[in-house]
Design a protein around this ligand. Structure first.
Ligand SMILES: C[S@@+](CC[C@H](N)C(=O)[O-])C[C@H]1O[C@@H](n2cnc3c(N)ncnc32)[C@H](O)[C@@H]1O
Length: 303
């Protein structure tokens, strides 16, 4: 990953943030600072920030200005691109610019395919290869709903159909969501549409009856390891090859060339016959990747 400190420092002399005229509070994000931040965000974590996202970035970074008691985006740029800011502020900035929307059983057809087609096939391969554990990776896991959904589906499958154990790696670049995922505590409304049997088996109610929170049971939490990982990092530091990779609704934020580069990196972490699940809006059409499409947004490695 390139450091932006030196490349950007000569451009930090911006006009100070004028106060926004009219009704909207908060300083304006000048064009020059927008360009600095958007270039930095894309280089740091791959997320593209086109001019159409300027208002969104302005609103999200305004939270950091308030937290730091800064009054303009040029002061914020001075701080961010200083050696201390690069170290301390970068993760906090990334926490506010990432979009973390997620849900349990999001895009449910994927979990049906997993249970009915992919897992029986993988279990057979496991048996032949004498591998005792099925490894799955929720890459860009947000607050953990996808990883715990995978854990429920894998637990149901292994309990009923095979003796394999399973383990799930859940990674994200945003530390706020990782923290939430680790706790395994969710608002009751988040689990309202989950099948009642699964809800009963895998969630605990808050002690107080009026509690609006519930928690994933410890046995399932123990199956999911949360870890900070930036897809743009030189090394992923993942030692075990994966049978299953879910990287859904993440690549959509990246340039096509970055998407292709990342898919190839993911393929290097798949066992022969392993699966990659993408978001329904994400397509690999025309990309040079060793994958064969097996269902909508589901691919199997071809080597
Ligand atoms: C919209 S959420 C998708 C969550 C989940 N996969 C789903 O489909 O419900 C996208 C997640 O990707 C993460 N992300 C974005 N850029 C990333 C990067 N460079 N490395 C790792 N995670 C990243 C974001 O922080 C965010 O939590």
């Amino acid at each position: 990953m390139k450091s932006m400190t030196t490349t950007l420092s000569h451009r930090r002399n911006s006009s100070d943030g004028q106060l926004r005229p009219g009704h909207r509070a908060g300083p304006l994000l000048p064009e020059r600072e927008f360009m600095l931040f958007s270039t930095f965000i894309t280089e740091y974590c791959g997320i593209k920030v086109p001019p159409s996202k300027k208002t969104m970035i302005e609103a999200r970074l305004a939270k950091r200005l308030r937290a730091l008691k800064l009054t303009s985006f040029s002061e914020y740029a001075d701080y961010l691109f200083s050696p201390t800011g690069m170290e301390r502020e970068t993760p906090l900035m990334i926490n506010v610019v990432t979009t973390n929307k997620t849900d349990f059983f999001r895009e449910p057809a994927h979990f049906e395919y997993l249970a009915k087609c992919a897992l029986p096939r993988l279990a057979e391969l496991q048996l032949r290869r004498q591998r005792a554990t099925i490894h799955a990776w929720s890459a860009g896991c947000s607050s953990g709903e996808e990883a715990y959904t995978l854990a429920m589906v894998l637990n149901e499958f292994t309990e009923k159909h095979c003796k394999a154990d399973f383990s799930i790696l859940a990674t994200d670049v945003c530390t706020t969501v990782l923290q939430k995922g680790k706790t395994g505590i969710y608002e009751k409304e988040k689990i309202a549409s989950i099948n009642p049997n699964l809800k009963h088996k895998y969630f605990m109610k808050g002690k107080n009856n009026a509690s609006e929170l519930c928690r994933i049971v410890p046995e399932l939490r123990a199956k999911v390891q949360f870890r900070h990982l930036n897809f743009m990092a030189e090394e992923f530091c993942i030692s075990k090859p994966m049978e299953i990779i879910f990287c859904r609704n993440v690549l959509i934020y990246f340039e096509r060339a970055t998407q292709e580069y990342l898919i190839n990196r993911f393929c290097d972490h798949l066992v022969p016959g392993g699966y990659i699940f993408l978001g329904h809006a994400e397509t690999l059409n025309g990309m040079a990747v060793p994958l064969k499409q097996v269902s909508s947004a589901i691919y199997r490695i071809n080597r």
